[in-house]
Design a protein around this ligand. Sequence first.
Ligand code: SAM
Length: 234
Amino acid sequence: MNSFVLPKKAARLIVLQRIELAGNILKKIRKLFGRYFFSNFVTKYFLNSVKISNEYYKIMYDEFLTIKKFINDDDNLFLSIGAGVGGLEAIINQNLPEKNYFFIEKNYISKKVKYGWTGQSNSEAYNSLDIQKEFLLANKMNDQQINIIDFDGGNLPMKKFDIITSFFSLDYHYDFDLYINYLKKVSKKNTKIIFDTIRADFFKKIFKNVEIIKSRSDTVHKSKRIMCSEFIEH
Ligand SMILES: C[S@@+](CC[C@H](N)C(=O)[O-])C[C@H]1O[C@@H](n2cnc3c(N)ncnc32)[C@H](O)[C@@H]1O
């Protein structure tokens, strides 16, 4: 299998979550007519789901390759903050079966999607938790493996996770501060926390170990993906 089973409504969310999937024509329409028109009309009516499915699969497979070597056989509890519909986790599951996945996401779609830093306000979101679950089930994850938590519900899962990922979400869209106390509670000494940021050096003051695993110049911000472990202060 080298594409996802992709319901049309999930395709729309994915384009909001990953601008690179919109294609040049749609990006031009977005520039000409603005973010509101793009988010509410174009992504609803003018998408090629098959193309998006193939490309999203390829992007997520490449993302999987950036983190594969950090996943040990006995890592079982995965937490993803802002996973979008969860293409990365679907691929992890297809390659390393029988893990358990927790997702913290938001359950609404901003009227004007902004790709990039939204600062402390943390009010931007592009997801539907029902569509996320439907997508994961359609792509071979079992119901028992899936735990989706609405960030705004406030009841965040209190487990010691093995791997925590947040791609183009934590410290890319909104400040790391929003989750720092929570992450201290749900991580162990060897929990690997992997996310994208434009201030990799800053995290050397927060974690004992910080490793840059990928640099990107093609995103809205020139970001780095870092793998961190062990908070310096608990
Ligand atoms: C740019 S998208 C990235 C999605 C996915 N990680 C990917 O790489 O394709 C950012 C995601 O973060 C989610 N998000 C925004 N604020 C959040 C928060 N406070 N907690 C968890 N997720 C959040 C959005 O709904 C959106 O799905």
